[in-house]
Write a protein that binds this ligand. Structure first.
Ligand code: FAD
Length: 342
């Protein structure tokens, strides 16, 4: 076992809520390390919708998933958090009161006074459509998320699905792709009505194709797709030339090792009380999508609020002898000093 890394707080998950928690903790002089399975920070924002716009961050009329992640990283810079990316937290053990030992799958060991679980939906994985041999094309010409829109420029792209992701990417990629073919198993979409209208208008004006049916086979070599076979609901079979395919069949959220950390769970979520978002184990908090309580909404802004209240209670565990005085960043010169703006 490697020598333990000591920190005040260990945050499991570097999604938006884990990142903002660093800020709230930092204002209270609490140092944090963050661990994430992904090789980058930003959680769902970075992995699932980096280029999609978010419209409901307070005071920010529009920001992309990537943009929000960048802004959060800028905001927490004064607190110099340490990131451990590409590692999964496997074990959380109680070693003191308060005190925890946390171990990752890379064998790294942490000792901390407080654990903050900001693990979102756990490790999320896209559902693979039932197309024989699709694995051979994954990562080369079949993708389950759009990381870089440029990759799709001048390509014939087949998008499969009928939800928001399928419709949003149909509309977003349409201006730069050579041709888009949207395939859905029925002529009824679960996406936002406005997106469906826009897509239907593009089809009506001959600017893209819509096929009602299923992709049943793929053609290509060395991972490079050249065509997809589509079986229509009328049983007609058509071969559509294409270079890229984007199936959007939803995500499987796998809770992963959280289930083994001795915390009470409810439908694969971590129940918390709502004054500090603490779990059934004192000193272990859960914020963001991973937690549940009456009225919970899985929105980033809710996770930010949860992080602020969590930090107030974490202060009691980290500095039991210190009284916490509430201060505004606007008017407190001591907070401004910590932020490096005064
Ligand atoms: P996540 O972003 O899920 O991050 C959790 C992180 O924890 C992940 O990076 C994961 O790898 C890591 N992790 C999990 N288990 C472990 C482990 N054992 N060890 C190490 N790391 C672990 N919300 C809005 O407010 N507005 C929107 O407009 C909006 N649009 C969205 C659009 C889409 C397409 C999607 C999918 C979601 C959208 N959301 C939106 C929801 C928003 O993204 C989530 O509420 C938010 O990402 C939750 O943040 P989080 O930090 O709790 O979790």
């Amino acid at each position: 076992m490697s020598e333990a890394i000591k920190t005040d707080v260990l945050i499991i998950g570097a999604g938006p809520c884990g990142l903002f928690a660093v800020f709230e903790l930092g204002l209270l002089d609490i140092k944090a390390h963050l661990i994430d399975i992904l090789d980058k920070v930003g959680g769902q924002c970075a992995e699932l919708y980096p280029e999609k716009p978010i419209y409901d961050i307070p005071g920010v009329p529009m920001v992309t998933g990537h943009g929000l992640t960048e802004q959060l990283m800028e905001q927490i810079k004064p607190f110099s958090p340490t990131f451990h990316l590409g590692e999964m937290v496997e074990k959380v053990e109680k070693i003191g009161d308060p005190g925890f030992r946390v171990t990752t799958d890379a064998g790294k060991v942490f000792e901390c006074k407080v654990v903050v679980i900001a693990a979102g939906g756990g490790s999320f994985q896209p559902k693979r459509p039932p197309v024989p041999g699709i694995e051979a094309y994954e990562g080369t010409s079949v993708f389950y998320a759009v990381r870089k829109m440029e990759q799709f420029r001048d390509k014939h792209v087949v998008i499969v699905g009928g939800g928001d992701s399928a419709l949003d990417w149909t509309l977003n990629l349409h201006p730069l792709a050579k041709r888009i073919t949207l395939v859905h198993r029925r002529d009824d979409f679960r996406a936002a009505p406005h997106s469906v209208e826009q897509m239907r208008a593009l089809v009506a004006s001959g600017k893209m194709d819509l096929r009602i049916g299923q992709v049943t086979a793929l053609e290509g070599s060395n991972g490079q797709l050249s065509a997809a076979t589509i079986k229509g609901n009328d049983n007609a079979v058509e071969t559509v030339p294409c270079e890229m395919m984007l199936p959007f069949f939803g995500l499987t959220m796998k809770l992963g090792p959280v289930a083994e950390w001795g915390i009470a769970l409810e439908h694969n979520l971590v129940p918390v009380e709502t004054s500090a978002f603490e779990t059934s184990v004192p000193g272990i908090f859960a914020i963001g999508d991973i937690n549940t309580y009456p009225g919970k909404i899985k929105l980033i802004l809710c996770g930010f609020h949860e992080g602020a209240l969590m930090a107030q209670k974490a202060h009691r565990y980290v500095y039991p002898e210190k009284r916490l005085v509430f201060q505004y960043t606007t008017s407190s010169s001591s907070l401004q000093k910590k932020l490096g703006v005064n």
